[in-house]
Design a protein around this ligand. Structure first.
Ligand SMILES: [Zn+2]
Length: 324
């Protein structure tokens, strides 16, 4: 399995969901083993933030990454698109503190980027789960067990007649991700949206980029894209957060009632239990070689990829609010 980038620069324009500000974003090809990096072009030449679980600074409404006071918010839908398409190395230039929300899903990114995938001459490193593990916090449970590929099950429960309880399972491969998950939109309850607006959030939110639900049902005139769009969008968010591991996961992840905060805590649990996974590379004929974790950790320290191999930041723990 080889690494991928894109063939040429690709641009997107839109608004930030929370800031309401116009945003321009340009995705650029990047070299092997460089991973996904963000650059705030409005802040000068050195304003980089790697897409790393160690750089999560806020998970309250979306996943925000930061380094040295350089912030990039609402990263999860673009990261899900990149993970779903198998794009490993890319530079994301953005001129604001939040990525554009587009239509509230990952479909606009997937539709364009799928045309420009480019194979690179280096094998992908894979995090292969070898033992079952479960993370629990409050009502949330996220478990992972060995599986040959990334398979994700999401279970959502809301005390609302439109959602009730929903569950969806998908194998995160290019075609199935694009068809079944990418177009599922973010969603919110009308009273929650009004509260967020009053507090200076969701300023860019509209019926053009979110499913809004009131007590009677879906407010959007066009209705839902899938009856279980909510469970599918939860998979989209989880896949976007899993991209912060820095390499693809081989395992079946089942998440019940989770959100960004719990996704990050789950990834920390993986990082803290290295006897439950191994790092492998695969050739085209399926032959697998197991890599030495210690050696890879030394390399990772220099490259800022494979964040789960690096020693934990002091005081990081598994507290729900992630600041690393
Ligand atoms: Zn989302």
């Amino acid at each position: 399995m080889l690494q991928h980038t894109i063939k040429k620069d690709v641009s997107f324009a839109g608004v930030g969901l929370h800031s309401g500000k116009p945003v321009k974003m340009v995705l650029k090809p990047a070299s092997v083993n460089s991973g996904i990096r963000f650059k705030r072009v409005d802040l000068g030449q050195d304003a980089f933030v790697p897409a790393s679980m160690r750089r999560v600074s806020d998970t309250s409404l979306a996943t925000t990454l930061s380094k040295n006071n350089v912030f990039v918010g609402t990263t999860e839908h673009l990261l899900a698109a990149l993970y779903g398409l198998g794009i490993d190395n890319i530079l994301v230039e953005v001129n604001s503190d939040e990525l554009p929300i587009m239509d509230g899903s990952a479909a606009p990114f997937v539709q364009v980027l799928k045309k420009y995938r480019k194979e690179q001459r280096a094998k992908r490193l894979l995090m292969k789960i070898t033992k079952e593990m479960t993370f629990r916090a409050g009502h949330t449970e996220i478990s992972v067990k060995p599986y040959d590929g990334l398979r994700v099950t999401s279970k959502v429960e809301f005390d609302h007649p439109v959602i009730k309880s929903q569950s969806y399972t998908v194998n995160v491969e290019r075609d199935s991700f694009a068809k079944e998950i990418a177009s599922a939109r973010t969603f919110g309850f009308l009273e929650q949206v009004e509260y967020l607006r009053a507090n200076g959030k969701a300023l860019g939110g509209s019926l053009e980029n979110a499913v809004v639900i009131d007590k009677d049902g879906v407010v959007n005139a066009e209705g839902l894209r899938f009856a279980d769009e909510f469970a599918r969008h939860k998979i989209l968010d989880l896949v976007g957060d899993l991209a912060l591991l820095g390499c693809p996961l081989l395992g079946h992840v089942t998440a019940a009632r989770g959100g960004h905060t719990q996704h990050v805590a789950f990834m920390r649990m993986l990082a803290e239990n290295p006897d439950s996974w191994e790092l492998v590379k695969r050739s085209e004929d399926g032959r697998e070689s197991v890599m030495d974790k210690m050696r890879m950790a030394t390399k990772a320290a220099g490259q800022m990829v494979l964040p789960f191999l690096l020693p934990p930041v002091t005081g990081m723990g598994t507290t729900p609010k992630a600041i690393c």
